[in-house]
Design a binder for this molecule. Structure first.
Ligand code: UDP
Ligand code: MG
Length: 216
């Protein structure tokens, strides 16, 4: 599941890189792109990919609803035995998918998540507020919300179905992923800069998201 908002620059690179990884794996796979009301050429690119590659499907929103809505729609539409959520800007290394899959096949875990252990390359102010947010939410919530955890993860069908059954309206997926339980293994990696394009989050947007997280 790949949430996409104005990713026309990053998408071709993402598609190529992740296809390399997936095609080399011993399993069937499918891309489910979610076009979150992009205003650039994202939708045209997705149409092209889908025309030429039967592994590609996409759904699209009538406007920009945000990454949370895009992830939820993707999870609802998904039907794989294992589901990965991954960003389109290559900040989530697709190579990790192989390791995630191998780990889940062993059967000990239901989810393999990813966690960046540095915030290198991110603005100091953003890092500062992000850390404060994690401090606060970890204090007020009994759910174990891991600092640096990304949405990038592979989950079993059973876990995905649990997540879909949570019908919260203002979703804070990092909380929901942890709240539904299940056994999660964490893979750690250093922060990677976006391959191209710019972040879709403004400071104010992140601030409102943090409030959503706390209230939820
Ligand atoms: N995204 C989305 N809708 C939005 C904002 C972002 O679908 O309203 C997607 C975006 O295209 C990317 C992922 O969510 O695939 C993460 O966004 P971004 O890289 O801008 O966030 P950052 O990594 O800066 O936190
Ligand atoms: Mg990013």
């Amino acid at each position: 599941i790949v949430p996409c908002y104005n990713e026309q620059e990053a998408l071709p690179i993402f598609y190529e890189e992740s296809t390399k990884v997936l095609a080399g794996m011993d399993c069937e796979y499918e891309f489910l792109f979610v076009n979150d009301g992009s205003k650039d050429g994202t939708l045209e690119l997705l149409k092209e990919f889908a025309k030429e590659d039967t592994h590609v499907t996409y759904i699209g929103f009538s406007r920009n609803f945000g990454k949370e809505a895009a992830m939820y729609a993707g999870l609802e539409q998904s039907n794989g035995d294992y589901v990965v959520i991954i960003d389109a800007d290559l900040q989530d290394p697709p190579e990790l998918i192989e390791e995630m899959y191998a780990t889940l096949l062993e059967g000990e875990y239901d989810c393999v998540g990813s966690r960046r252990v540095t915030r290198k390359g991110e603005s100091k102010i953003r890092s500062f507020f992000a850390r404060q947010f994690y401090k606060i939410i970890r204090k007020i919530s009994q759910t174990d919300i891991v600092d640096g955890a990304r949405d990038f993860r592979m989950m079993t069908r059973q876990m995905v179905d649990s997540i879909i059954s949570v019908k919260e309206y203002n979703r804070f997926s990092k909380g929901i992923f942890a709240w539904v339980g299940y056994r999660t293994k964490w893979l750690e990696f250093e922060n990677i800069q976006r391959v191209c394009g710019t972040t879709k989050w403004s400071f104010w947007g992140l601030f409102i998201y943090a409030i959503d997280g706390i209230v939820a």
